[in-house]
Design a protein around this ligand. Structure first.
Ligand SMILES: Nc1nc2c(c(=O)[nH]1)N[C@@H](CN(C=O)c1ccc(C(=O)N[C@@H](CCC(=O)O)C(=O)O)cc1)CN2
Ligand SMILES: NCC(=O)N[C@@H]1O[C@H](COP(=O)([O-])[O-])[C@@H](O)[C@H]1O
Length: 295
């Protein structure tokens, strides 16, 4: 079977792109190839990561569209997105991954992809739980809600992209419990660091599942212990210590319940091992410099 062709959209440092690049090389994302990286920001360090990995890159900026005489903001965005779809479709990818893409995608982009045969799926990494903090700055907003006592956890998900922002069907969801150390000076930054470490694993698992689904490999995707796999189990809640994993079960974005890991049946244990979630070692920080900022 030829490798799955993946196009990645970025806007910033590209640490999640780097996690995908590393995964295609170390075997944790088997038979997948990143065929192009597209950024809306010229200075995005993710473009450097792509070039270092010999992956074709495209810089697709919105400003020239907005500067055209007599063109409204929405018309400019439509034209921009239509051209983005043309760029993407020219490579005949199997999957598009938004890894920190900081534009809301309009139907001018989504419609051409959904009407190809087969439809070209778009997935997105979002640093929040389903329907919790949709849109930009989700980590900061979740932290503010925790400080105000409104939430006791946040998380990361990969979901299918639909027009309604961050409301597409979740593919993988992982909860993150707030910690005492998230309060006070530097609390947001400490939370962000934990969120990013979780993201680097979740984005790989999300792509693996989306590719598995494209290939008709069932819920868990290739390599999962699918015979005993609990299909609806998409979520692991890691509280402060890995030794005490709380399992929550989400189905189609709705949380069903929390069950203490002690009562977890063996298939889940094997699933945990399969995903290396029992290990205290999260995915290594993708190589390359620390998070930069987009321009
Ligand atoms: N139609 C969709 N587009 C996008 C989705 C989606 O689910 N449906 N996911 C987002 C990613 N994203 C959150 O995960 C997100 C990114 C950016 C914004 C946003 O408000 N962007 C502003 C501009 C911000 C900037 O340029 O700095 C905007 O587009 O006006 C919201 C959500 C990817 N797109
Ligand atoms: N709403 C989308 C969104 O907030 N995406 C976020 O952008 C960052 C990209 O980091 P990276 O450039 O280092 O991969 C990630 O934290 C990702 O969750």
């Amino acid at each position: 079977m030829p490798p799955a062709r993946i196009t990645v959209l970025i806007s910033g440092s590209g640490t999640n792109l780097q996690a995908l690049i590393d995964a295609t090389k170390d075997g944790s994302l088997p038979n997948c190839e990143i065929i192009r990286v597209i950024s809306n920001r010229k200075s995005a360090y993710g473009l450097t990561r792509a070039r270092n990995a010999n992956i074709p890159t495209t810089y697709h900026n919105l400003l020239p569209y907005k500067r055209k005489e007599g063109v409204s903001e929405s018309a400019a965005r439509d034209a921009y997105d239509a051209d983005l779809a043309t760029i993407v479709l020219a490579d005949h990818p199997d999957l598009v991954v938004c890894a920190g893409w900081m534009h809301i995608l309009t139907p001018s982009f989504l419609d051409p992809l959904s009407t190809t045969t087969p439809p070209l799926p778009v997935i997105n990494l979002h640093p929040a739980l389903p329907a919790a903090f949709n849109g930009a700055n989700a980590i900061e907003r979740a932290h503010a809600a925790w400080v105000q006592g409104k939430v006791d956890k946040t998380g990361v998900m990969v979901h299918y992209v639909v027009q309604e922002v961050d409301m597409g069907e979740p593919i993988v969801v992982r909860e993150i419990q707030f910690q005492e150390g998230d309060a006070g000076e530097g609390g947001v930054e400490r939370l962000e660091e934990r969120v990013h470490h979780v993201e680097w694993g979740v984005i790989v698992e999300g792509v693996r599942r989306a590719v598995g689904k494209l290939r008709g490999e069932g819920e868990g995707g290739e390599g999962m212990n699918s015979s005993s796999f609990v299909p609806c189990l998409d979520l692991l809640t890691l509280n402060n210590s890995l030794s005490d994993i709380q399992m929550s079960i989400w189905v189609q974005g709705s949380q069903l319940n929390n069950i203490p890991s002690a009562s977890v049946c063996s298939p889940l244990d094997s699933w945990c091992k399969e995903l290396d979630l029992m290990s205290p070692v999260f995915p290594l920080d993708p190589q390359g410099k620390s998070k930069g900022s987009g321009d």
